[in-house]
Design a protein around this ligand. Structure first.
Ligand code: OOG
Ligand code: MG
Length: 260
């Protein structure tokens, strides 16, 4: 009898987010937390955000690149929810006062033109549902101290979701080779990392297919109009006051955020 359940875990993670207070991994107190239960915590947490007025605007994938998996020590991709409260208009400073220890990572972002439901979604059928492709930066902010977590912990924490910025340039998926699309990650004008779209599951459309197929296992689908963040192409970099982080993409253009 650990005294833990889905509701308590969701409540504690939401409280940590609201109070900007990092905490130890839930699995240290609730070792029985398995992956399926962790997704129920994630759903409960987002259900509470929606009840408080937020709207689901899409899905993110996490840990889809080797760079991210190696750094976080978790070697399995996952999905999590995006709400309208996370979307930061381009040019607006990241509200550091609302976050714990934010980090920024470059991502390729899809906007869906059609509903996409698994199982059996392939990279090709996934790409056919895409309306536009964008450059993006995700601002992650784990509720766990030092971003230290196991797979069930990070799933329960809605995969460290905090904020995101989507670049203004929209390309049709046929206009570029997403495996070859490169990104330079710059901090205050210095290149600190780089990757191509192939870093993400071999091709970002494979990540999109993975999202559709894993949601299908829970009876869910990706809806038309939704954003899908395909996962950090490189390791994430810390965002401090005044720090400017930019992703410069070959064809998708540039997107920047500044810690405010
Ligand atoms: C987990 C979230 C991972 C990504 O793109 O891989 C993620 C974390 O790194 O805290 O968003
Ligand atoms: Mg990410």
């Amino acid at each position: 009898m650990s005294g833990w359940d889905v509701y308590r875990a969701a409540e504690e993670l939401l409280a940590a987010e609201r109070q900007r207070r990092d905490r130890g991994p839930i699995t240290e107190q609730w070792p029985e937390l398995d992956l399926a239960t962790a997704y129920r915590v994630q759903d409960e947490l987002v259900h509470r955000k929606v009840a408080a007025g937020e709207r689901i605007v899409g899905v993110k994938l996490g840990l889809t690149s080797r760079a991210k998996q190696r750094r976080m020590g978790v070697h399995s991709p996952l999905t999590a929810w995006l709400t309208d409260a996370m979307v930061l208009p381009a040019g607006e400073p990241v509200p550091l006062g609302e976050l714990i220890h934010p980090r920024v990572e470059p991502e390729i972002v899809f906007v869906l033109g059609e509903r996409l439901a698994g199982p059996g979604v392939t990279a090709a059928s996934a790409l056919a549902a895409v309306r536009s492709v964008h450059a993006g930066l995700e601002i992650i902010d784990s509720r766990y101290t030092d971003f230290r977590f196991t797979l069930p912990d990070v799933v329960a924490d809605n995969a460290s979701s905090a904020r995101l910025v989507v670049g203004g340039r929209a390309l049709a998926p046929g206009e570029l080779d997403l495996a070859l699309e490169a990104c330079l990650l710059e901090v205050d004008g210095q290149v600190v990392d780089s990757a191509t779209g192939a870093a993400v599951q071999g091709h970002p459309a494979e990540a999109l297919a993975l999202a559709a197929n894993s949601l299908a296992e829970r009876g869910l689908a990706l809806e038309a109009g939704w954003l899908v963040l395909t996962g950090g192409m490189t390791d994430a970099v810390p965002l401090g006051p005044g720090t400017c982080v930019s992703g410069h993409f070959t064809h998708l253009g540039s997107v920047s955020v500044q810690g405010g």
